[in-house]
Design a protein around this ligand. Structure first.
Ligand code: ATP
Ligand code: MG
Length: 366
């Protein structure tokens, strides 16, 4: 059967540091995988972060946000660098990224943590603990204590200075992230663990109740609950027990960083941030790595795998996504490694060559 012609617009946001290098090669990989599946993609490249500040005086120009909103998905490199560290807060590159997330209203952050058999020696965990780990953290991104009101500084009844924040979750905020997590678990191994602190926090008690109620809609998903303190421990003790983890903003912030350490290199891990209906934002979890920028040393695989997530979660094009993921595996099997994942006996390559090798595998899988 001839595949139907599907056509999408994608906004590319290279950003700063290694961003332009990893986006350039990831775009080529994305383009090749898409065309092999009969998908047409138009690209629009826009500035964001420090490079946008240099160009336009702000870290997120209006035109950049407008272009991102009008597209079907956004692929971001990385933002930030020493050069802009001393700017006032509202001009900092990082502020541009927060504004972009808010502007796209992406409330669900998906971060896989996988231990690839080819990279088992890169993880700090014991082999028998690390082997076969394949989990996904679904983190709520736009509510909770990072946004809750009231917040601020003040004085208590004893006249002592205080700082305070508020953890708030509404039913609709819980339900929409829970739904993403159940859907994600359903497409994976059908296991969902919701992480909270329902023994202490009211926001968590409501969270647990709503998640438990929603389970009725997903008889095919096996739901469990875990307290955050235990989950932080279990993630190191026996990470294989997890498939999909659902959690709130602050717990997810910590757990997803913890999970990323299990898998060995920060240069391997993609992420997706998705909203209700608008375009999703896809980016590697690592930063702009200014120490190696412009030297063709960066590992492009986190961004290439982010492009795969873009295809799967952003466009619903799973077959093209699988092509990319399989090509990454094959490239590792063929022994190609950037510096961050290099071990003796492998072939050390730069960012560009790594991407070229992935393209070779996309083109003619073994
Ligand atoms: P941010 O503050 O933006 O989250 P960061 O400054 O904490 O980021 P990164 O920019 O991610 O951290 O860099 C941390 C270390 O990891 C650096 O030594 C960097 O060179 C390395 N690194 C990050 N990404 C990659 C990559 N894709 N390939 C190789 N090394 C990387
Ligand atoms: Mg940084």
């Amino acid at each position: 059967a001839t595949p139907t012609k599907r056509s999408y617009n994608i906004t590319l946001l290279p950003g700063d540091g290694i961003g332009p290098e990893i986006i350039s090669i990831s775009k080529d990989v994305l383009q090749l995988a898409a065309s092999l599946e009969g998908i047409e993609i138009k690209y629009q490249e826009m500035p964001v972060g420090g490079s946008a500040f240099d160009l336009a005086g702000v870290p997120l120009p209006e035109e950049t946000l407008a272009a991102a909103k009008q597209s079907d998905a956004v692929l971001l490199g990385a933002i930030g660098g020493y050069k802009w560290d001393k700017l006032e807060k509202k001009l900092k590159p990082e502020t541009g990224l927060l504004q972009l997330r808010a502007g796209l209203d992406v409330f669900a952050n998906l971060r896989p943590a996988t231990v690839l058999p080819q990279l088992i020696d890169c993880t700090t965990l014991k082999r028998e603990v690390a082997e076969g780990v394949d989990l996904m953290v679904v983190r709520e991104l736009t509510a909770g204590i990072y946004f809750g009101e009231p917040r601020g500084f003040g004085v208590n009844e004893k006249g002592e200075e205080i700082g305070f924040n508020t953890e708030v979750y509404s039913v609709s905020q819980i339900d929409r992230i829970a739904r993403v997590a159940f859907e994600t678990a359903r497409k994976r191994r059908g296991k969902l663990c919701s992480v909270d602190k329902a023994n202490v926090l009211e926001a968590s008690m409501l969270w647990r109740k709503r998640v438990t109620d929603m389970a009725a809609d997903y008889p095919d998903v096996e739901l469990s609950h875990m307290y955050i303190d235990n989950a932080a421990m279990q993630l190191i003790r026996d990470p294989k027990q997890f498939d999909t983890i659902l959690t709130n903003n602050i717990f997810g912030d910590i757990l997803s960083d913890e999970a990323s350490m299990i898998s060995g290199s920060i240069g391997m891990l993609p992420s997706a941030s998705i909203g209700q209906s608008g375009p999703g934002l896809f980016e590697p979890i690592h930063g702009s790595a200014p120490d190696i920028a412009g030297q063709d040393k960066a590992n492009p695989l986190a961004t290439i795998l982010s492009a795969a997530m873009l295809l799967r979660y952003g466009l619903g094009e799973s077959k093209a996504a699988e092509r990319i993921e399989a090509a990454v595996m094959e490239t590792l099997n063929r022994g190609f490694r950037t510096g961050d994942i290099y071990s003796a006996g492998n072939k050390l390559v730069g960012c560009n060559e790594m991407g070229e090798q992935v393209m070779k595998s996309v083109d003619s899988p073994i």
